[in-house]
Design a protein around this ligand. Structure first.
Ligand SMILES: [Zn+2]
Length: 365
């Protein structure tokens, strides 16, 4: 008899995560604790459970701009090396406890310099936290590899500097670059020099595109900027049609959707987050399954575990419950993510063949 897909069983299988924000995944108790230590008095709640509820409720806002507001509180408590180190280390512990075996966690150095830290000091503290978190997890019998993406805020003008930071730290745990923040009015091409710098250094990057804004953003990210992956990319559905008269549900792709599929451009899909920002109305209406059926390279991600009150297991489970996915599907999404990681090819293959496939094999009929 096959093993049912439940929170408990999904929680045990290896998972790979490409899109997770460090400042969106703090433990509520840690936010309260550090706020007390650094004298930050503006938290809306000081009881960890009530604070968790506040984040979840406020984040379910229906717009990306309003969704981003609560980050002012998490960023406020991430301004010292000790705080950054602790948040990074706990992030790894939490992912490992959820059986995530590979993660790329991103953060924006420019949001963590209010206390006078340099970009390099901020990055050093985060990487030290990741490294010790990996050691803690290994000691607890949970192997996890965590790498870092450095993000530039798209409304600011620091992207070239952040890209240079990514290259400076490329052999110390930073495997890529990204831009994030309010999408409308800030097209990817505004940061072309940063992307050209990355390409010039044979380095890789993803771009938040097609979340709050549609096809033009995705087109720029791919055609002008040369993104290796798309953060979200859900709005590519505007270029996909399903013939309602066709009982076989044939999916037709426009040119842009087709090139994403044909070039195997990974989509970093974040179902719960997309509902909260209003990119889609509900999980049932999420185009995850349409995109999977259209054979785009879909991956499952958390985006912001605190704001969305989620984990990789919860995201996988809600998709399985909504679209009827079984273990073979969940393995495919996990392998998709691992294939799309920014670590070297041989390391990706090793995790796929030695960690992911053997554990799913026992579950697939
Ligand atoms: Zn994101």
């Amino acid at each position: 008899m096959s093993t049912p897909v439940s929170l408990e069983t999904v929680g045990r299988v290896p998972k790979a995560l490409l899109h997770d924000h460090l400042d969106g995944g703090l433990r509520p108790a840690t936010v309260v604790d550090i706020a007390g230590q650094v004298g930050y008095d503006d938290l809306p709640e000081t009881d960890p459970e009530e604070l968790a509820t506040w984040f979840r409720t406020r984040s379910h806002s229906g717009s990306l701009e309003r969704y981003l507001e609560p980050f002012s509180h998490t960023v406020a408590v991430m301004q010292t090396p000790d705080a950054l180190y602790r948040v990074a280390r706990e992030c790894v512990e939490d992912l490992a406890a959820d059986a995530v075996v590979y993660a790329e966690v991103r953060f924006a150095p420019e949001l963590h310099i209010e206390g006078g830290l340099s970009f390099d000091e901020v990055t050093d503290a985060v990487l030290a936290g990741f490294a010790d978190g990996e050691l803690d997890a290994a000691a607890a019998g949970r192997e996890i590899t965590v790498r870092c993406l450095v993000t530039a805020m798209r409304h600011a003008a620091l992207s070239r500097e952040i890209a240079e930071l990514a290259i400076r730290f490329r052999d110390k745990g930073v495997v890529g670059f990204d831009i994030a923040g309010a999408e409308a009015g800030y097209p990817p091409s505004r940061h072309l020099d940063a992307f050209e710098y990355m390409r010039d250094h044979n380095a890789r990057f993803t771009i938040h595109a097609g979340e709050a804004f549609g096809l033009p953003s995705i087109h720029e990210a791919i055609a002008f900027c040369g993104a290796d992956r798309l953060g979200h990319g859900v709005r590519i559905t505007d270029d996909i049609t399903v013939d309602p008269e066709d009982p076989s549900g044939t999916v037709r792709l426009g040119r842009l959707a087709a090139i994403l599929r044909d070039k195997r451009v990974p989509l970093e899909l974040c179902p719960s987050s997309n509902v909260q920002t209003g990119a889609v109305d509900s999980i049932a209406e999420h185009p995850f399954d349409l995109l999977a059926r259209a054979r785009l390279r879909v991956t499952v991600n958390t985006d912001n575990r605190l704001m969305s009150d989620t984990t990789m297991s919860k995201e996988m489970l809600v998709l399985a419950e909504t679209f009827g996915y079984g273990w073979a599907d969940l393995q495919r999404f996990t392998v998709n993510a691992m294939k799309s990681a920014f670590i070297p090819f041989d390391q990706r293959v090793q995790i796929i063949e030695e960690v992911i496939k053997p554990q799913y094999a026992a579950l697939i009929d």
